[in-house]
Design a protein around this ligand. Structure first.
Ligand code: VGL
Ligand code: ZN
Length: 196
C-alpha cells in the first residue's frame, strides 16, 4: 500500500489483455493476480485526488518489435485489437490520461520514451509533460512487465529527477530468462527506486 498526495502520480503500466490475460499472446505469468492490488491503489489515488496515468503498448500490425518482422516478441498489443484493450477487470478512472507507446512502430518499453527501430533515435511520449503539468514529483508504479516496461519507466523517472516507488505485489515479470524479474528489481533499486 503506497501513500498518495497531490504531488504523487500513480502510473499503471500496460495492464492489457495480451499481457494480463492468461490467454494473451504475451501473457505474463501471474499477470492477472495483480489486479485486486492495482484496483485498490487506483481507488486510493482517486480518493486523494492524485493523478492517475495509464500506459498502453500500442503497436501497428507489423513492427521490428515483433519476431515475424525481425524482432524478439510474439505479435502483441496490436492497436485496436482485443489484445491491446485494458484487461476487463482493470478499473479505468474516468478522465485519466492514457499514454500509448510504439504507435509508429517504434520500440518502446518506457512510458516516457520510444526508440526508432532503425536509427535508434529516442523520442518522448506525452507522459513527461502530463506529469510536469500536474506538478507530480513522485510516481507510484504498478503493472506489467517488471523486467521491461515497469523497469524502463521507473529508470526514466529517476533520470528525470522524479521519485519512484514500485509495488512488488503490483507487478509481474516476463522472465524470458529466469531471474530477469529479480535483476530488474536490483537495477531499479540501484537507481534509487524504492521497491515496496
Ligand atoms: C512489454 C515486451 C514487449 C511490456 C512490451 O509492456 O513490458 N514487454 N512489449
Ligand atoms: Zn510491445
Amino acid at each position: 500500500m503506497a501513500t498518495y498526495d497531490l504531488r504523487t502520480a500513480l502510473v499503471v503500466v500496460d495492464v492489457q489483455n495480451d499481457f494480463a490475460d492468461p490467454g494473451g499472446s504475451l501473457s505474463v505469468s501471474g499477470g492477472e493476480t495483480i489486479l485486486p492490488l492495482v484496483n485498490a491503489e487506483i481507488g486510493r489515488a482517486l480518493a486523494t485526488g492524485a493523478l492517475i496515468v495509464y500506459t498502453q503498448d500500442w503497436h501497428p500490425p507489423s513492427t521490428p518489435h515483433f519476431a515475424k518482422d525481425g524482432g524478439v516478441w510474439p505479435v502483441h498489443c496490436v492497436r485496436d485489437t482485443r489484445g491491446a484493450e485494458f484487461h476487463p477487470a482493470l478499473r479505468v478512472a474516468e478522465a485519466a490520461p492514457v499514454v500509448r507507446k510504439g504507435t509508429g512502430g517504434e520500440d518502446g518499453y518506457s512510458g516516457f520514451t520510444v526508440a526508432d527501430p532503425v536509427s535508434g533515435k529516442h523520442s518522448t511520449t506525452e507522459l513527461g509533460g502530463i506529469l510536469a503539468g500536474r506538478g507530480a514529483e513522485r510516481l507510484v508504479i504498478v503493472g506489467l512487465a517488471t523486467d521491461y516496461c515497469v523497469r524502463d519507466t521507473a529508470l526514466d523517472a529517476r533520470s528525470l529527477g522524479l521519485g519512484a516507488v514500485v509495488l512488488r505485489d503490483g507487478v509481474r515479470a516476463v522472465d524470458l530468462k529466469p531471474g530477469d524479474g529479480d535483476a530488474a528489481f536490483e537495477a531499479m533499486r540501484a537507481a534509487g527506486v524504492a521497491v515496496e
